[in-house]
Design a binder for this molecule. Sequence first.
Ligand code: BEZ
Length: 223
Amino acid sequence: MIKLGDNFPNFQAETSTGKISFHEWLGDSWGILFSHPHDFTPVCTTELARVAKLIPEFQRLGVKVIALSCNSVKSHKEWIEDIKAYGGIKSPEFPYPIIDDESRRLVTMLGMMDLQELDSAGIPVSARGVFIIDSKKKMRLSILYPATTGRNFEEIIRVIESMQMTDKHKIATPVDWKKGDPVMVQPTVTDEEAKSLFSTEINTINLPSGKNYVRVVDQPTDS
Ligand code: BEZ
């Protein structure tokens, strides 16, 4: 199992846009790899169409997107036409590749199976896995959804925005944070250090313990 902070493994794969070596394909970008149970399934079709429409958002964040489904490139290419029709996507090129993992080599290696959900042949399908990899190829986030629950990709974008900002500043983002909302000073930062780090007011919330650990500041302007 790959843990947060591990180097994300490199692999070679056939995709709907040709053969790739994953690390080379990522280059210096962040990346999101998300897996699907099968081509020509309803929930997956809605997800791939949504991600296609969100590509400008991922580009703004410097994130390359790649999907994986346990079917062949030939099948992916046919399915892409359905995804485009479903999503009203007019461009002739589909905006991101889909990995061929018909052999299930990658979903097995990456621990992306949903053992509860069997296909018509009785074989477990791959889960809806999401891996976010940073520009140093470290795994920064991993979520496994069951096959029967579609993901919320706006949440994925929200998390990337938080991670990229908290990489730059000694802050953390609170519950339900959205870009532009106030943020928290990290617990390891002393009050003295916080005063030098943040130019705007630090609002310390009084709590029964008397411990001043909930310190709210404006989101830094360069994030
Ligand atoms: C779907 O993508 O619709 C799906 C795939 C596997 C199990 C259930 C739903």
